[in-house]
Design a protein around this ligand. Structure first.
Ligand SMILES: Nc1ncnc2c1ncn2[C@@H]1O[C@H](COP(=O)(O)OP(=O)(O)O)[C@@H](O)[C@H]1O
Ligand SMILES: N[C@@H](CCOP(=O)(O)O)C(=O)O
Length: 333
């Protein structure tokens, strides 16, 4: 459950009154998500139009909790507007009557976002993975004209900081071999991390729960709050790690993997250098989510209203990618 902040109907009514979207009728907390508080909001409709040109009556209200820096909101929210304007299936930010992209509520920043129809899926098929690969590539291509930039705060140095902060004893409690795996793999990843691949705007967290699908088509890419500038092929690797395994990381799906990469390349072909780097980028991607999940596993207070995510699911992916016998999954078809 990800609603960390209590918001009364009256608070919400006052907030929604600042936007030209009609009167608030209902507001309901959303169970999915980890990082921020989210509500689905219904209104009577106003000047903000949906994709069909009718007054929109459904919105997502997001309140930003600890992990999102308020100073970075213009980047994240401006990026949504930019990508939507470029035709990517991304929700637009609803601006308030003064043109502001976010407002302050109870000392926290909150924003109103366009609602996109669709459902996230837990077991993707190859055609769905193909569509996701193509949608990711469109974001990479469209991001090239976005004028702002943001450093990846959860890059290599961040993974090391987080895993060091966990400490060997707590890692041992998660799994007796976890600290050893992290030490070995961090050394390899740091040594082999590529320095000369194409960079640009990346989503950096394109998991199935951040993609809304309608049958085999991508209806929405959401949750851009880790977006930043980084190696484009690293984003492919993140998406690969997120989509091509069972959620516990025990089963790899070769068909989904091939379809994801083919879908990506149908829009933006990978260079030889990017292909060659995918094995180490995938090890990095697995380490990225292993490090945040392990840190959260150890540090989330027991009474927090959030379902902790299993770090071992990404330790298994990391072992898979580190196995030289599996490197062929990234070879050109
Ligand atoms: N623009 C949107 N349109 C429709 N549903 C959305 C939208 N944004 C978020 N959601 C819903 O809210 C849930 C949580 O949103 P998300 O941005 O992933 O939160 P978190 O940052 O906490 O992970 C999503 O899984 C989805 O069900
Ligand atoms: N995708 C990450 C969790 C990031 O949280 P989100 O709810 O903001 O997507 C993971 O699976 O570890």
């Amino acid at each position: 459950m990800a609603v960390y902040t209590q918001l009364t109907f009256e608070d919400a009514r006052a907030l929604i009154g600042q936007y030209d979207v009609g009167q608030l009728t209902t507001i309901k907390g959303i169970a999915e998500g980890v990082s921020n508080s989210n509500w689905i909001v219904h209104t009577t409709g106003g000047a903000f139009l949906d994709a069909g040109g009718a007054p929109a009556t459904r919105f997502i209200l997001t309140m930003f909790e600890g992990r999102t820096e308020v100073a970075e909101l213009p980047f994240f929210l401006g990026l949504l507007d930019h990508l939507a304007a470029q035709g990517c299936p991304v929700p637009r930010t609803v601006h308030d009557r003064d043109g502001a992209m976010f407002r302050n509520v109870q000392g926290k920043a909150a924003t109103l976002i366009e609602f996109l129809d669709g459902a996230s899926i837990s077991t993707p098929t190859a055609p769905q993975a193909r569509a996701v690969g193509a949608a990711l590539a469109r974001v990479h291509v469209s991001g090239a004209t976005f004028p702002a930039a943001r450093r990846n705060t959860l890059g290599l140095a961040g993974w090391r900081e987080l895993t060091d902060a966990c400490g060997p004893d707590a890692l041992h409690d998660i799994h007796p071999e976890l600290a050893g795996l992290i030490t070995r793999e961090m050394a390899v990843i740091e040594r082999r991390w590529p320095a000369d691949l194409p960079t640009g705007i990346v989503h950096a967290d394109l998991f199935p729960d951040n993609v809304l699908m309608k049958d085999d088509a991508v209806a929405g890419l959401i949750d851009f709050y880790f977006a930043c500038n980084d190696i484009l092929a690293y984003d492919v690797a993140v998406t690969h790690a997120a989509w091509c395994f069972s959620s516990d990381g025990r089963r790899f799906d070769a068909g989904v993997s091939a379809a994801l990469l083919a879908g990506y390349e149908s829009v933006r072909p990978l260079t030889e250098g990017e292909r060659a780097a995918l094995p180490v980028l995938a090890r990095g991607a697995a380490m990225r989510f292993l490090s945040t999940r392990a840190y959260d596993w150890i540090n989330t207070p027991p009474d927090a209203m959030v379902t902790k995510k299993d770090p071992m699911a990404f330790a298994r992916r990391l072992e898979f990618y580190a196995n030289p016998g599996n490197a062929a999954i990234f070879a050109a078809a």
